[in-house]
Design a protein around this ligand. Sequence first.
Ligand code: URP
Ligand code: ZN
Ligand code: ZN
Length: 477
Amino acid sequence: MKTLIKNGTVVNSTGTATADVLIDGEKIAAVLAPGSTLLGFDIERNVDTVIDAAGKYVIPGGIDAHTHMQMPFGGTEASDTFETGTRAAAWGGTTSIVDFVVQYAGENVLDQYHHWQEKARGECAIDYGFHQILSDVQDSSLVAMDELVNEGVSSFKLFMAYKGVFLSDDGQIVKAMQKAAGNGSMIMMHAENGSVIDLLVQQAVAAGNTTPYYHGLTRPWQAEEEATHRAIMLADLTGAPLYVVHVSAKQAVEQIMIARDRGQNVFGETCPQYLYLSLEDQLGAQSEEWGDFEGAKWVCSTPLRSKAEGHQHHMWQSLRTNDIQMVSTDHCPFCMKGQKDMGLTDFSKIPNGIGSVEHRMDLLFQGVVDKQISLERWVEVTSTTPARMFGMYGTKGVIQPGADGDVVVYDPQGHTSIGVEKTHHMNMDYSAYEGFEIDGHVDTVLSRGKVVIDNNRYLGAKGDGKYIKRGLSQYLI
Ligand code: URP
Ligand code: ZN
Ligand code: ZN
């Protein structure tokens, strides 16, 4: 199967050019000046499919490096399966995800890894890789870390919050970091001070402050800044590289910035919710159906921060200045009915998470339209850097010969209305971005050379996606 995408504006993180992209089988075969022939060979007449991308952007498929499909969490399970979640991702121009294998305390890491491979195999619409979550860090977990790197799982997430569920103490964190420093893998950190948060939550509930807004108030920025600083110090002590996930507080960004300026291998990820949504939105949230429980739709951790305090503004700025290097969704969807409503009378029982795997590329493109980031930076933070950060670059994250044919044709003249009844394909009964209007549209999506989305039609199938055996981060020497 040969496809020619002609006359488009090819956007890589390094620059933009009008070019034709030839895809042969699963791979990009050539990027050529428009209308070129190959040694007199008329390309257009010798391909199976021609896609005219005149006036449109041709970009590498999005890579969402932080998703939780069907994750057991908060007394329930994330509502997107590998099938529904990856299909929704494809609709939104994302052609690869990196999901998290979960190990709860007492479980065996390798058993969990094999279990997750079973869960995803044959289910995904797009390519998928895995990070491994470590909670208690057993001796066998340390051995497993070496084995997992050989399996293509080269990054390990630890939690400084969620006591009794995920939390690792500082000694356990140091043990995992020492191992990562030795085997070249990446430590990912959920950086919030769990003990402080647990105390504030207990006090709020005891005082009768039980609405979703208190979720944010009981996870203050100081708890994020302190944990981010501590994680950076522990990483410095051990020599491990550190990737701080879902950064929402400007003070946490500052800690990352200081560490990077000192020459430490510290990286930061933010998410669309911290670029577009705020604590004030949650405070003001009301609906006929849910009253002030409406705010549960945006309960996630780290929490939404105050717009008045400037976190949102700072997050966009940090993306421009590269103090934050990439944007993932932390896609962890729960329905309001039957899931979020477990916390109707007590916010601490609301399962934490927001779903947006389908909307990341659009929401970040809106950042281009709004002049928050450049076109090339859009590609960089949503595709190229995730590929480099997590050992996939060259195969993924770039339009160049030899790369996978993961390509999105994006129409800047198009339009996307986000909402449950509109562009929504995620398995959620609400949208965290209901009513958002995007000045752009995902027209065509190719996953390893196969057209999976074609002008509002889904042509893919479950099982199209292959496991990505990742290498080590390409930011580390
Ligand atoms: O609220 C969130 N972020 N839920 C998913 C779990 C995590 O901490 O990433
Ligand atoms: Zn987390
Ligand atoms: Zn997460």
